[in-house]
Ligand binder design. Structure first.
Ligand code: URA
Length: 230
């Protein structure tokens, strides 16, 4: 958490409370104080922790969320369609730096997705070096054949268009057409392509957890703040 002093207009606008040009009006409309003293001047320099807006502490300077992504929303800032960011409060949608998903889930995939405005955290967890485990439950069109776990664990499975074999992954059979799969990389459509390589098709995909953060306690579209120390 930074102890630096920032202009109140810049800081309120970075946190999405208002635009910089709206800051003067915002200070008139709301009770904004720093160290207990009312702030009326947009140029006033403040430390984050000292500011109250209508008696409430400011939103945190960096925000990391865990969401149970519902079906049909897109993990993108600029695609046409229903974007995942639209599920967040307006103020959080206006933050700068922006909240962005850590990696992506397909529009039809549900489950655990992290969102953050911490660029270093995002970079670290999406880097090919990151071995953050991702656990999925896949529902399949056809019954499992029985050799999938061995194929996925082998470390030799080559997906079409890739130059390197996939890292070993753990698969557990849940039922005739359902499997739990833990992978530690995040190639494009990886889970669907893995099952396609065994002659099957994923018809529903849910990410149970990302790097140990599970969404069993969250309804679809619900999210919660999490602390993530890197
Ligand atoms: N693998 C997929 O095929 N889709 C996802 O959304 C995530 C992993």
């Amino acid at each position: 958490m930074s102890n630096s002093f920032k202009r109140i207009d810049a800081h309120l606008s970075a946190l999405g409370y208002c635009s910089r040009s709206e800051a003067a009006a915002f200070l008139k409309r709301h009770q904004v104080s720093a160290d207990g003293i009312k702030v009326t001047d947009v140029k006033r320099k403040v430390s984050h922790a000292s500011v109250l807006v209508d008696g409430k502490e400011l939103d945190p300077e960096t925000l990391t969320l865990l969401m149970n992504k519902p079906e049909g929303v897109i993990c993108s800032h600029d695609d046409a369609g229903k974007l995942i960011y639209g599920l967040l409060p307006q103020r959080w949608q206006r933050r700068n730096p922006k909240l962005s998903t850590i990696g992506r889930l397909d529009s039809d995939t549900t489950g655990a997705i992290l969102l953050t405005d911490d660029g270093a955290l995002n970079h670290k967890l999406t880097s090919p070096k990151s071995k953050a485990p991702k656990v999925y439950e896949a529902t399949l069109a056809e019954p499992l054949k029985g050799d999938e776990a061995e194929i996925f664990a082998s470390g030799t499975l080559m997906l079409h268009g890739e130059k390197k074999a996939l890292l070993p992954a753990k698969m557990e059979v849940l039922s005739e057409k359902k499997a739990r799969l833990e992978i530690c990389e995040g190639k494009y459509h990886q889970v669907k392509r893995m099952f396609a390589a065994t002659g099957n098709k994923v018809v529903a995909l849910h990410r149970v957890s990302f790097d140990g953060f599970g969404v069993d306690d969250l309804e679809p579209a619900q999210y919660k703040r999490i602390a993530f120390n890197i």
